[in-house]
Design a protein around this ligand. Sequence first.
Ligand code: NAI
Length: 340
Amino acid sequence: MSNPTLRIGLAGLGRLGRRYAENLARTVPRASLDAVCSPVDEEVAWARDTLGVSRHYSDYRAMLADPALDAVFLVTPTSLHAEQIEQALDAGKHVFCEKPLSLDLATCLHTVEHAKRYPQLRAMVGFVRHFDASYRDAKARIEAGGIGRPFMVYSQTADKLDPTGAFVKFAPTSGGLFLDCSVHDIDLARWLLGRPAVKRVYAIGTAAMYPELEPIGDIDNGAAVCEFVDGSMAMFYASRTQAHGHDTHTDIIGTAGKLSVGRNPRADRVEIADAYGVRSLSVPSFFERFEEAFQAQCVHFIDAVLDNKPFDLTLEDAAEATRIAVALRESRQSGKPIDL
Ligand code: NAI
């Protein structure tokens, strides 16, 4: 094989970017993490000192000009994703980007069109749950007819309460609860139901614990329903305030059965019996729950690029997830259902 490894530059070394850096540098086969980019000196120094990454950039465009990179990974703030994807393609790089593609539909569609100019380059927005072994098993069972015709998905993304309220600071740039969290469930519902076209959505929500979210148009708990044109349905719940842990799970109901993925968010197989009863500890955050899936997602991208295989996810899927999430936010804010 002429190109046994993909030479990668990673932009964004924050909460999640560091995890990507560790995976790409240490565990993902056929990945060579050759450069990193962050405007924060300490983040770059961490990658140099901890992972031995040899080339460092504070400016994203300067990294794109590095001729010895084949691809970039973007784990940058959501507001930068679409433009940075387009810039990467213009610079002749394949590009992987964390979700969501953008906070608004017009920008998503612009990027989808832009990518068509470069058929020789590959671009993917990652929705990590596609690469979780349990979700993949559920998808395979559905495709094998195991639950008959699937017609209903219930899916939730519920974060453990961070008592520091750090997410309130992040809220104005996140696109809000539905765009930041439910976008995963929207993408899952479309995937598991066979990508039906969406017909109508309705959403409600509350700032149950953080009323300071209200003036910026956001909530800390929200619920939504979504109708598809083929008659299938989805229900979503998102929360930032769970007391027990990160509780993300999905049910898929069909004419001949039901599949549940991750219903019990326990951290391990230990059951504690003591004066408080019988219990398990919960997974604390998305990362512990989806640690292996984040690696599998990198493997999927790299194998697809190097071996010229299709991605499981398209940029159009990412744009559609943003379209539905924006409609949920608008429905919640207006109090009205939205026809799409
Ligand atoms: P963060 O704020 O902790 O990190 C952002 C990083 O981007 C920082 O290293 C910052 O220095 C860097 N940065 C800012 N401007 C830059 C620029 N112009 N060029 C290069 N680097 C720049 O954010 P976090 O939590 O790591 O999230 C990053 C992305 O990952 C978000 O889009 C978020 O939606 C996504 N995410 C996805 C999750 C999932 O479950 N799939 C979970 C958490 C985050």
